[in-house]
Design a protein around this ligand. Structure first.
Ligand code: HEC
Ligand code: HEC
Length: 270
């Protein structure tokens, strides 16, 4: 812990207060409650006598969670630290650009052009910025190395996170750069039917087109979603220390449109 503060102070512009990366599981909460209950009602220790556990007024649980979160302000995950020291702004190396639609114009065969366009789209779709929120499990991943999300959070109802660990407890309406916490008003986990991690581009392509597995979107809706949706757009404005998805969202949207116009074909056998 001492080392951690040392590193943080060493950053030059004062101690950075980061948002909580806490390993605050329900178990910890229960332990915390037990300790406090114990302090408040020592009679519970009387032999053979058990008082009913303290009834916690509503709100106490929430404020407790809040206090515990604040207490844990210093508990950065190693990756949060790494995020802070990563270079800024994101680099636009060659692998980070998207070919324009015109680069595919000389492929006469519609099917081949369509597949080539989808492969170009794949640079975005399979970038860590998208995959981190489209995991196969109930836990998001983070960073370019796509390591499991710290603290442990789970899908909860509707991908919004379990009660005490609701995504928006930490992920606010906008990126919070001092602590490297990404944000968007609709921050949540993509439903499990939309899982992309561990799948081939061909599998993702067939899934993205399948209205049973894409939230009932027809092609025009899919084009709009990819090209204009603000949560998808976060991938190009990921905040300090994170690599943006390749190209721009508008360029990506144009590729999606051209892919749809050429028959929305998918890479086969891949
Ligand atoms: C207790 C705080 C907390 C909660 C709750 C939380 N997160 Fe995070 N999350 C963070 C922090 C801090 C980071 C930045 C970690 C880093 O990059 O080092 C992060 C990063 C992420 C990233 C990585 C973005 C990227 O591309 O690098 C994703 C994805 C993510 N969170 C999704 C979620 C989802 C979905 C939920 C709810 C189910 C959630 N988080 C709940 C604190 C939280
Ligand atoms: C913060 C988490 C998050 C990030 C980052 C994210 N998504 Fe999603 N995505 C979701 C959620 C939640 C849904 C389901 C809600 C909906 O359908 O609007 C979804 C649904 C989708 C869908 C429709 C379902 C499907 O699988 O066809 C597409 C397409 C999609 N996202 C594309 C992307 C792309 C492309 C990126 C990166 C450029 C991206 N997403 C980044 C959370 C995220």
């Amino acid at each position: 812990m001492g080392d951690l503060w040392h590193v943080l102070r060493g950053r030059g512009d004062g101690v950075r207060i980061g948002l909580v990366a806490v390993l605050l599981t329900d178990g910890t909460m229960r332990k915390l409650r037990r300790v406090l209950d114990h302090r408040r009602t020592p009679r519970r220790l009387d032999l053979g006598r058990r008082t009913t556990p303290h009834a916690w007024p509503s709100g106490v649980h929430d404020s407790l969670a809040g206090a515990a979160l604040l207490l844990a302000v210093a508990l950065f995950s190693a990756s949060a630290l790494a995020a802070i020291s990563r270079s800024d702004p994101p680099t636009q190396a060659p692998g980070r650009i998207l070919k324009p639609v015109s680069a595919f114009a000389d492929i006469n065969n519609d099917r081949r052009r369509s597949v080539a366009l989808f492969e170009e789209m794949g640079k975005v779709i399979q970038s860590p910025r998208c995959l981190n929120c489209h995991p196969r499990t109930d836990r998001p991943t983070q960073g370019d190395a796509m390591t499991p999300h710290l603290p442990i959070v789970t899908r909860g109802v509707g991908g919004l996170g379990a009660a005490a660990m609701h995504c928006t407890v930490c992920h606010r309406a906008a990126n919070f750069d001092p602590a490297g916490v990404p944000g968007n008003p609709r921050w949540s986990l993509a439903p499990v039917e939309f899982a992309w991690q561990g799948k081939t581009l061909g599998q993702i392509c067939r899934q993205v087109k399948d209205q049973k597995r894409n939230g009932g979107r027809d092609l025009p809706a899919l084009i709009r979603h990819m090209g204009q949706d603000d949560l998808v757009g976060w991938a190009w404005r990921p905040g300090r220390g994170r690599t943006a998805a390749p190209g721009t969202q508008a360029e990506f949207g144009a590729l999606v449109q051209a892919w749809a116009d050429s028959g929305a074909h998918c890479p086969v056998g891949r």
